[in-house]
Design a binder for this molecule. Structure first.
Ligand SMILES: Cc1ncc(COP(=O)(O)O)c(C=O)c1O
Length: 356
């Protein structure tokens, strides 16, 4: 048996410190989940659907794709669904990358783009962030004839920054037609800057090489069900669909997704909670003498000195966060917003850790 070096040599997966068993009382502020839980409408739909668990799901996720299309004023053939948007990142890489190809991405962004690119034997071209945000001019300049895909995470995980419309449109205008641009909008529903780009009109207009990647794992509170989706031109969606495992989206995820996407109340409540949490965290972290990066998401990144030591100290006091040295951002930690009580408890714990 021969292992493929592209897979064998990947950096080992560092699990996001699972919370089970004796550590179950830890407050998990490390995965950007929704502390308010799933949409009540999704929970109700799941209760009904569970009795159908002996059935295979609809392999084409038609009802869900219809709901997602309606949500964005698009057509069914503009939508593909995945087992989390993470699976869609893999599908994109499978469908577009091979040995000798390049994928351009930021250095300091969601880690899957790099891992899946390496796995396919292609080369990740990593462009440093500027002021913790994507440097889109430098990313455009990094495109070569070998570039097949550009990944842009907007808003960016883990820094929480977002690029505005003018910058994104100038970037798109510089990208050759034969290069796919993936805009990962996992946190789109949290973005607050008034000039946050709305790229749905470009999809409606048939832009052939743009894919908007989204997820039910963040504002919709369904991370455990694994459900993501993407909007793109019909030819691109059909092509990606060829690479998709037949039953990639399970029956419960499909049913919950339809209910969640139409639950505007839950989304509004979750967004309001994130807005209030952001104000709280920025003020409290500044009061501790820290300089948090202004966030457009449901988390905040902040420099704390030794990110690993501070994360370990926080864990000992009951809170998990994400140290960012492994993401190319040494000294920073990423804190997901929790409930009001968890947020207050966290600040007290951080103060104790920083005071030694
Ligand atoms: C930017 C970004 N993209 C994609 C994902 C993956 O989301 P999913 O749970 O839908 O696979 C995440 C999850 O943290 C993320 O932060």
């Amino acid at each position: 048996m021969r292992f493929k070096p592209e897979i064998q040599n990947l950096p080992p997966y560092k699990p996001a410190k699972l919370i089970t068993g004796p550590t179950a009382d830890l407050v998990k502020l490390s995965s950007n989940e929704n502390p308010l839980g799933p949409s009540p409408k999704a929970l109700a739909a799941l209760q009904t659907a569970i009795s159908q668990a002996h059935r295979y799901p609809d392999s084409a996720s038609v009802a869900l794709r219809q709901a997602l299309a309606a949500h964005a004023e698009l057509a069914l053939d503009n939508v593909i669904c995945g087992n989390g948007s993470d699976e869609l990142v893999l599908l994109i890489c499978l469908a577009f990358l091979g040995a000798g190809d390049e994928a351009v991405m930021a250095d300091g962004t969601f880690i899957s783009y790099k891992l899946r690119t390496l796995e396919l034997g292609a080369r990740p071209v990593r462009v440093p962030l500027r002021d913790y945000a994507h440097d889109l001019a430098a990313m455009a300049a990094a495109i070569t004839p070998r570039t097949r895909v550009v990944f842009i995470c907007n808003p960016n995980n883990p820094t929480g920054t977002a690029n505005g419309t003018a910058e994104v449109e100038a970037f798109l205008a510089r990208v050759p037609d034969d290069v796919l641009v993936v805009l990962d909008e996992a946190y789109v529903e949290f973005a607050t800057r008034p000039d946050y780009p709305d790229l749905l009109p470009a999809i409606r207009a048939g832009c052939p090489n743009l894919l908007l990647l989204r997820t039910f794992a963040k504002i919709y509170g369904l991370a455990g069900l694994r459900l993501g989706y993407a909007y793109g031109a019909p030819a691109l969606i059909t092509y990606l669909d060829q690479a998709r495992p037949t039953f990639n989206v399970n029956l419960l995820a499909q049913v919950a997704g339809v209910a969640a996407i139409t639950d505007g109340e839950h989304v509004a409540r979750s967004r309001a909670h994130a807005d209030a949490s952001r104000v709280f965290f920025l003020a409290q972290l500044r009061a501790l003498g820290l300089a948090p990066i202004p966030s457009e998401t449901n988390f905040v990144a902040v420099a704390v000195g030794d990110d690993d030591a501070v994360s370990d100290g926080l864990r000992a006091r009951g809170f998990t966060v994400t140290p960012l040295a492994g993401w190319g951002l040494p000294g920073l930690i990423r804190i997901s917003f929790g409930t009001v009580a968890q947020n207050a408890g966290f600040i007290a714990a951080l103060q104790a850790v920083l005071n030694g």
